[in-house]
Design a protein around this ligand. Structure first.
Ligand code: NAI
Length: 673
């Protein structure tokens, strides 16, 4: 489980071997202990490199061993012995060094990493502490504030950030093991006195108390979020349907209609949950591609999850007639109402009368689709997020006529698929995308006023989002929103003068539409808000073309750019999103703030250690949110969504109760109606 060999004459190379992530199982630990001993005892070996097979250094402890009796050599003395070695030990990090994997690397004297690797101590997300030296070595290496941040959030950092923080000594684009071996040769015989991290002292800090206070706030957010996840399971709808009084139906056989991006992922998720699946795709080429793609997605999922799924649990068909005997259907055809209407009419005829009919639409009216069927009470939305077999979030959208059993069945099926299912009402964009729209709009407005995509993204990424709004848009494709805006009659770039930036009396930014007209759809075309080395490229680089384009645009519209700071970016983008969240609560689209927070953390990358948007509002203080929104609304009167929502004002009028009491204020209001 750890292969040992001598390379380049004098370097002992230890390769961890435990697929898929070279987790530190008992036999891997034994392998490391034996190999280190061998290397240190061999006169010909002058230095040592530790790496992992198949492009992954080490994913940490072997979770399969959790709860079992400890066997094999323990991690702490093993890492200690590596650090105490009298020959230089170099960690060659590819793929990931997480948890115990990073702790192992911290025990080495040098750390060299590939530029695409991720590092972190995610133990906190499993309710654990990095107890194999992580809490001791990391603060000594990079200082208490940065270490506390990584340990209490569990976030992963890129190699670039790890280098900047001082966790890594060197980052390479080349073969990491080769680079590490060369490096190990170059440090042969050098003193290791300054390389043993546990002997470093922690830099003294004057503001340690406030630092720990901040960490406590994060811990509070994490605790809140833990309970929020449970709360979303206890769903209810305004019509009185509830989780504890609604009986879900058994679903053994399901169907997916449309095997594009989403349909394939949904098919995989259903098969992984142990259901037999009928997968229907009317376009022969798409069907052929799906028949290849789905089994390989299943295979990759099985490797990740350590399970086996019989590919013959899925049958493929070109016709909807094949779904006659299924218990539940998930429709995932193009986002086109006329097409979806037709599909629902057909399903209503073909399926058993008690089959649940679900749609994966991201914006269309679920009630309207229900009206196309003979049993509208059996129609709900099941809104997955891409990639559907990976993303944890599922919005279960109940319509006006959805029966409690239909909602309960979709919620339970989501759970069975390993999703966090959140019940939401039917409105344009449901909860998540409706709030996102406001956030995107503000980001565009900030560009018009003088910001750059880099500035906006930096502020959001420093806040904790894995990706800022512009990098995220480039990843998901700018054309998606463009098509929606065109269908809504908004994306008209022929308008000139002041009307170019106004729709229905409200401020509108055509920047996204203009970019799409230039063929800049994001990563897929190699150009978007950033440039990429090729279509499909992943590394976003600043694009001078875009900056010129923004300058010209501002000049054309007489907009004088001003300095915009990070605080304004955060307040404008996040407070408007939060405000929409309050509106959603007020309308009863989401039953409680926990639902919105779960949606944002699991579906939109909101940093978990900030608890979700509604919790964040509570932390910032509702009065402050109102005051800032009012100020921005005064400055931008043609942006109505900056006006604080009625519920937000009412909460402030009620003395800004803590988040767990908001439901009372919402309930009181609803009972007065
Ligand atoms: P897509 O364009 O990748 O796939 C749609 C598939 O449906 C195509 O393969 C098409 O040939 C097939 N199709 C069309 N008519 C059909 C019919 N009558 N019977 C069977 N198959 C038919 O689209 P994508 O992205 O998978 O989206 C599907 C649905 O999921 C849309 O409603 C979309 O709004 C929604 N959605 C998309 C998300 C995304 O990130 N792409 C996220 C969440 C929801």
């Amino acid at each position: 489980m750890a292969q040992y060999r001598r390379v380049s004459g004098s370097v002992g190379l230890i390769t961890l071997q435990n697929p898929p992530v070279n987790a530190l199982s008992a036999s891997v630990r034994q392998g490391i202990v034996d190999s280190v001993k061998r290397a240190l005892g061999d006169q010909k070996v002058k230095s040592v490199v530790i790496c992992g097979q198949n492009g992954v250094f080490c994913g940490g402890a072997d979770i399969r061993e959790f709860g079992r009796q400890m066997s094999g050599p323990p991690l702490v003395p093993m890492i200690h012995d590596i650090e105490a070695a009298n020959k230089p030990v170099v960690a060659a990090i590819e793929g990931s060094a997480l948890g115990g994997g990073l702790e192992l690397a911290l025990g080495c004297h040098y750390r060299i990493s590939h530029s695409k690797a991720k590092l972190g101590l995610p133990e906190v997300t499993l309710g654990l502490l990095p107890a194999a030296g992580g809490t001791q070595r990391l603060p000594r290496l990079i200082g208490v504030p940065a270490a506390l941040n990584l340990i209490t959030t569990g976030r992963h950092v890129t190699a670039a950030e790890a280098l900047q923080l001082g966790i890594l000594d060197h980052v390479t684009e080349h073969n990491t093991v080769d680079v590490a071996v060369k490096f190990a040769l170059s440090v042969t015989g050098e003193s290791l006195d300054g390389r043993r991290i546990s002997s470093f002292s922690c830099a003294p800090l004057s503001d340690l108390d406030s630092l720990f206070e901040e960490a406590m706030l994060k811990a509070r957010a994490l605790q809140y979020f833990f309970f929020a996840q449970r709360a979303v399971g206890r769903w209810s709808t305004p019509s009185g349907a509830r989780w504890d009084t609604s009986q879900p139906r058994p679903v053994r056989k399901a169907a997916v209609i449309g095997l594009g991006t989403m349909g394939r992922g949904i098919t995989v998720a259903l098969a992984q949950a142990g259901l037999s699946v009928v997968a229907v795709e009317t376009h022969a080429k798409q069907l052929m591609e799906a028949k290849k793609a789905v089994p390989s997605m299943l295979k990759r999922g099985a490797v990740r999850g350590g399970t086996t799924i019989e590919p013959d649990s899925i049958t493929y068909s070109e016709t909807v007639q094949a779904v006659a005997d299924v218990d539940l259907v998930i429709e995932a055809v193009f986002e086109d109402m006329a097409l979806k209407e037709k599909v629902f009419q057909q399903l209503s005829i073909v399926c058993k009368p008690d089959t649940l009919l679900c749609t994966n639409t991201s914006s269309l009216d679920v009630d309207h689709l229900a009206s196309q069927t003979r049993h509208p009470e059996l129609v709900v939305g099941m809104h997955f997020f891409a990639p559907a077999h990976v993303m944890k979030l599922l919005e279960v959208v109940y319509g006006r006529r959805s029966s409690p059993a239909a909602v309960a069945t979709a919620m339970q099926l989501g759970k069975k698929m390993g999703k966090v299912s959140v019940a939401v009402g039917n409105c344009r964009g449901f909860a998540g995308n409706r709030m996102l729209k406001r956030y995107l709009e503000q980001a565009f407005f900030l560009l018009e006023e003088g910001a750059t995509p880099e500035l906006v993204d930096r502020a959001l990424e420093e806040f904790g989002f894995p990706m800022g709004v512009f990098r995220m848009s480039d990843l998901s494709g700018l054309d998606v929103g463009w098509r929606v805006r065109k269908a809504d009659g908004l994306a008209d770039t022929s308008l000139t003068g002041t009307s170019a930036r106004v729709r229905q009396g409200c401020r509108y930014s055509p920047l996204g539409d203009l970019l799409c007209e230039h063929g800049r759809f994001g990563q897929k075309t190699g150009r978007g808000w950033y440039q990429y080395d090729k279509p499909g490229g992943r590394v976003a680089k600043s694009d001078p073309w875009l900056h010129n384009f923004l300058d010209e645009y501002r000049a054309r519209h007489g907009l004088v750019p001003r300095c915009i700071d990070q605080q304004e970016v955060l307040e404008r983008c996040l407070f408007v999103l939060i405000n929409e969240g309050f509106q959603i609560l007020e309308e009863g689209i989401a039953a409680g703030p926990e639902d919105i927070d779960a949606i944002y953390v699991f579906g939109y990358g909101w940093p978990r250690h900030r608890g979700g948007p509604m919790f964040y509002a509570d932390m910032v203080g509702l009065e402050r949110v109102v005051e800032r929104l009012e100020r921005y609304h005064q400055a931008h009167p043609n942006v109505p969504y900056l006006q604080p929502s009625g519920l937000l004002r009412r909460l402030v009028a009620n003395g800004s109760p803590p988040i767990h009491k908001w439901r009372n204020v919402i309930k009181n209001r609803n009972s007065q109606l």
